[in-house]
Design a binder for this molecule. Sequence first.
Ligand code: E4P
Length: 229
Amino acid sequence: MRILLDTADLEKIEYFNLHYPIEGVTTNPTILAKEGGDVVELLHKIRAIIGEDKELHVQVTEKTFERIVREAEAIVAAFGKNTFVKIPATDVGLRATKYLSDKGIGVTVTAVLTAAQGMLASNSGASYVAPYISRSENLCADGVGTVADIAEIFSKSNAKTQILAASFKTAKEVLDVAVAGCHAATIGSTIMQMLITHTTTDTSIAGFDRDWREAFGEESLLERLEKKA
Ligand code: E4P
C-alpha cells in the first residue's frame, strides 16, 4: 500500500520525503489552517519539496458547482502535474467530479463515509476516493469494513479509481486498511512515527549492544573489519 503524508508541516514533509518512500502529500483546509500564513506560498513550498513527480492533493473551498470547477482548474494551473483536487462527496461535489474528470483533471473525492459514496465517486470518474477511517469508527461505524467493501466493488467492476484511505488515529487502522485491499493511505507524521518505532525493537537492540560490549568491548564490527582490511 502506497503512503502519502497528511500534513502541511514543511519540516516533517522534508524529513519523511527525503528518508522514506513517500508518494505525495495531502492537505485539507484544517491542515493548512494549522500552518497559517500565505497558504498559496505554503502549497508552492510543499510542491517544491516533493518535486513535480509526486502527488499533491489540495482541497477545494468553494461551495457552488461553477466556483468549485473554477477553483479546481486554478489549483491544477498553480501546482502543476500530479496535482489532485480534493472534492467532498456531496451532490455538488459529485457533479463537479464528473465534469472535471471528463476534462482530464484528477479528482480525489474526500470525506467518504460509506461504500455507496465511494461507488458513486468512482462512477463519476474520480481518480481516488478517500474514506475517513477514524471519523467513521468514532461513530461506531466500520471504517475499515467500508474500505474492504469499496475494494471489493472496485475489483468486481474493474474500476480505475483507487482508494486513498484517510483520517487515521491509530497505526493499527493503517495496517487494517492495507489488509483490506486499500491502494494508498495518507497519514500524519505522528502515525508515521508510530508505524516506524516499536519498543521491543528498541529493547532488542539494547540487548544486542550489551552482549556485544560484554564479549568484544567498545570496538564495533566495522572498526574490527576495517582494521583487518
Ligand atoms: C485527508 O486528507 C483527510 O482530509 C484527513 O485525513 C482527515 O483527517 P482527520 O479526520 O484527522 O481530520
